[in-house]
Design a protein around this ligand. Structure first.
Ligand code: ARG
Ligand code: ZN
Length: 844
């Protein structure tokens, strides 16, 4: 069944308080609930329906009188008084056999929960919807040393603990953890003087990996006070690391639960990229305390209200903690790699969708990352000051409420006086707008004509023009900026902007800072791109100029059998030589568009992409780059040496990023000699992993791979890397075979989402390997999706999106993929999650 935004109605009852008692037992946990309901004066429908799935109801009573409700697979219905009443229920659940990792489940002997979006209904009968908010009191009885829930601890004894959460919250923010855990303690005093006890809980053996997360938490708490004026509101804040987890992490009130890959870190076991990601996710979950928890969503269609805003906030945080330009470039790379394919394929949906079957399928890059971009554009349009004012009003007015996008836009309309009705299309219209550029130059006047169009997307044939902030600066012939950045507001299908009084025809720098999540179609010459690469003062567009040169040369190599262009190679060389540039930035300059992005670019030009041709072009360009910059490589190696003890900060990790990029090029020239040396001396995971990947790419590294396994066999997170690396680094012809062999490895614990994704995600990410013409990659993935679906529908459904780009490819590949999609679709008992994904991908 499909659920529609337009059908929203409030629940017929309000909840004044919830009291839960858990008697923990792996196969028969008893959950006793005592809930105070009263009729909701705002509602007309008085049906008393409580969600509940996979629950064994032992007893139900209303005001102390036992009742026999009507029960279905989705929940129960009962007759209740037309006045306040007390609902009581006892249910039994089986956490040890809960492999879906939703509701209450077990991971390595530890009890934990994941309730967002609709997991609470697998714990007890309840109106499991975000607009029903209540305070919770929780008693946990269990024979385990650490018993945690939301809020503040109120009392405890031998084998039990009680928690009180004074802040009304929806059930999706409920959490419980019980196990043998070790705390990494910390402390934070809020601006107004509240002492908060912090704890990061890990399983024995992981103690050495919690310090970094704790520091990130303190930085986040401070930053939210400084930048948004938001303080923490409980006496304790707990974070728990869990090995089996479907997503990255979860912002449960006062008790954040993290996938261990998103919190545990040490220099020996984590890469620089891991550290940066962990810092961002800790911040993200912490920031949810205000944007998500104190102000929550009215219904799941409003998911971007909390996710887009919180992603935007964590990006601001990372920009402040590290390098703002580098963060912006990373975000643009990720958006193009993940969100653009989604927005331009069968899974395209608006930032605020209008319907869904399974909400778990909408925790997407569109809702998160495009949702964050929409907020960035709003801030760019109204200005920083107005943004802060609007946010203050938002927190003030809506604290304690379950809100909508309309509420959000309203505070901006009120504080700025702007009409945001057209801007709102960013929330309702799916698809990536394409902005094309035409230029004219006459009599000292430069005329820029911008036009926008958005291709039809599923369910949306006709698109209206959106409000697109296009940041533009102009450069004069000698590279000086003759017009500083100005934000042009493109609101019509086509619009003309004039710049007068110029001495010479300028070179435009368009969409500076990636001011809107659009595809810019600008037929500039490679000479102009090279000019921007040399002179643009906007770091994003300078990088973009290099990226466009790379893309242009790759596309010509693929379609015209051209050789690598000198504009690109020379431009790159001078950037690499420029020691005034941040090493991290120079490392980014060395990156190429992904092979999947190139496939999309070819498809856009009406050319059917051939993954092998794309792979060969990328290899050739890499090889040519290595040769072109080879004299510089020794200098890059010495310039990027880090003598100081390992720190995962921006400075050191930037150096290592450039050093790794240089090593990858060197390995193409020396066959891996230097990489082998580096591997032998590596004393942190970043170095160990980059040198090993260089060796594997060079067709070497067999001994190192075995040594790596022996060294890290005991460490789950490092073993994920071991699996991923082999599949990512395999050549196109051996990718599937490598992946398939690894599925037989005793350490391939496929029920663990991290391990499953490490292997299967890398298979999909190895573009040319996955898309081999025999279809073996498609078949292998489908086999495993079919196997995983009954065990863990959420993770299965997510990975189905590997097939979302299928219509780009040739008839043979399309037929092979369709066959696998049909095979999945026809699997008896296929989950609602995967059914929805496969049918949307098929376009059914
Ligand atoms: N709210 C979490 C976050 O963004 C994501 C949890 C989503 N979980 C899920 N099963 N859909 O941090
Ligand atoms: Zn979030």
């Amino acid at each position: 069944t499909t659920i529609y935004l337009k059908d929203y109605t409030p629940f017929g009852y309000l909840v004044d308080s919830v009291h839960l008692t858990f008697d923990l037992a792996p196969n028969a946990t008893r959950v006793t609930s005592r809930i105070k309901f009263r009729p909701n004066p705002e509602a007309t429908d008085r049906t008393f329906f409580l969600h509940g799935e996979e629950l064994n109801l032992i007893r139900a009573a209303i005001d102390g009188e036992v009742i026999t409700p009507e029960i279905t697979a989705e929940g129960l219905t009962a007759t209740v008084p037309d006045a306040p009443f007390i609902w009581e229920a006892v249910v039994e659940i089986d956490p040890a056999n809960n492999t879906a990792l939703e509701g209450l489940y077990m991971s390595n002997g530890m009890y934990c929960t994941q309730c967002e979006a609709e997991g609470f209904r697998k714990i007890t009968y309840y109106p499991d919807r975000p607009d029903v908010m209540s305070t919770f009191t929780v008693r946990i009885n269990g024979d385990l040393p650490v018993l945690l829930s939301n809020g503040n601890p109120s009392d405890k004894g031998e084998g039990w603990a009680e928690w009180v959460d004074p802040w009304p919250k929806p059930a999706y923010l409920f959490a419980l953890v019980a196990g043998e855990l070790i705390a990494h303690p910390g402390q934070f005093t809020t601006k107004s003087g509240r002492d908060v006890e912090l704890n990061l809980w890990v399983r024995p053996g992981d103690e050495g990996k919690s310090a970094f997360g704790m520091e990130a938490l303190k930085k986040s708490m401070k930053w939210d006070e400084d930048v948004y004026g938001r303080e923490y509101d409980l006496d304790v804040f707990n974070i728990v690391a869990v090995d089996d987890f479907n997503m990255g992490a979860m912002e449960n009130k006062g008790l954040n639960i993290f996938n261990s890959s998103a919190v545990l870190a040490s220099p020996e076991t984590s890469t620089d990229a891991n550290f940066e990601r962990i810092e961002a996710i800790i911040a993200h979950e912490y920031f949810h305390n205000w944007t998500g928890n104190r102000i929550t969503c009215r219904d799941w269609f409003q998911l971007c209200l909390k996710e887009g805003l919180t992603v935007f906030r964590d990006a601001q945080f990372t920009s402040d903690m590290r390098s703002a330009p580098v963060k912006r470039i990373h975000d643009a790379i990720d958006l193009r790699a993940r969100q653009f394919p989604e927005d331009n394929g069968p899974l395209s949906h608006p930032v605020r969708p209008e319907s869904f079957q399974e909400i778990n399928n909408f925790y997407t890059s569109t809702i998160y990352e495009k949702g964050a971009e929409v907020i960035g554009m709003l801030k760019c349009l109204v200005g920083d000051e107005a943004y802060s004012e609007a946010l203050d009003l938002y927190f003030d007015r809506h604290d304690g409420q379950a809100c909508t996008i309309e509420d959000w836009l309203q505070v901006f309309e009120e504080t700025t006086g702007r009409d945001l009705s057209q801007f709102k299309r960013w929330y309702n219209q799916s698809g990536t707008p394409r902005v094309s550029v035409a230029e004219d130059w006459a009599d000292g006047t430069y005329t820029l004509t911008l036009s926008q169009r958005t291709e039809p997307t599923p369910g949306q044939e006709d698109k209206q023009p959106q409000v697109i902030p296009v940041a533009v600066g102009l450069l004069g012939p000698n590279g000086d900026e003759v017009r500083v950045t100005k934000v042009l507001e493109l609101t019509e299908a086509e619009q003309t902007f004039k710049f007068t009084g110029l001495a010479a025809k300028p070179v435009p720098s368009i969409l500076r800072g990636f001011s809107a999540p659009v595809i810019l179609e600008h037929d500039s010459t490679n000479a102009e791109r090279a000019f921007l690469l040399a002179h643009d003062i906007d770091p994003f567009n300078r990088w973009q100029a290099g990226r466009s040169l790379a893309e242009d040369t790759l596309l010509r190599m693929i379609t015209e059998e051209a050789t690598p262009e000198a504009d690109y190679l020379d431009g790159l060389l001078s950037v690499l030589r420029d020691e005034t540039l941040d090493p991290a930035y120079r490392a980014l300059m060395l990156g190429l568009p992904t092979q999947s992005e190139l496939a999309a670019a070819l498809h856009d030009k009406g050319i059917t992409p051939d993954p092998m041709a794309i792979w060969r072009a990328a290899e050739t360009l890499r090889q040519a780059t290595a040769q072109h910059v080879q004299d510089l490589l020794p200098r890059l190696h010495s310039e990027t040496l880090v003598d100081a003890p390992y720190q995962p900060d921006a400075e050191q990790s930037g150096k290592r990023a450039l050093g790794s990029a240089a090593l990858a090029l060197t390995s193409r020239l020396d066959g891996g000699i230097k990489a082998a040396e580096e591997y032998a001396h590596a004393n942190n995971m970043t170095q160990q992993l980059t040198s090993l990947s260089c060796l594997l790419r060079a067709g070497k590294g067999e001994a190192e791979l075995a040594a790596f396994y022996d060294q890290w066999q005991h460490d789950r997170l490092v073993m994920d890397k071991w699996f991923a690396l082999q599949v990512s680094m395999a050549g196109p012809e051996t990718t599937v075979e490598t992946a398939s062999k690894l599925t037989e490895h005793p350490d391939f614990n496929w029920k663990n989402p991290n391990r499953f994704r490490a292997l299967m995600g890398s298979l999909v990410g190895n573009h040319a390997g996955f898309h081999q013409t025999d279809g073996a990659g498609y078949a292998l993935l489908a086999d495993w999706l079919i196997r995983l679906d009954p065990v863990n529908p959420q993770t299965t459904a997510r990975m189905c999106s590997a097939f979302q780009t299928w219509k780009r490819y040739d008839a043979n590949r399309q037929a092979l993929i369709r066959k696998q999609l049909n095979r999945i679709a026809e699997t008896p008992g296929l989950s609602r999650d995967s059914t929805e994904m496969v049918s949307r991908i098929l376009g059914a």
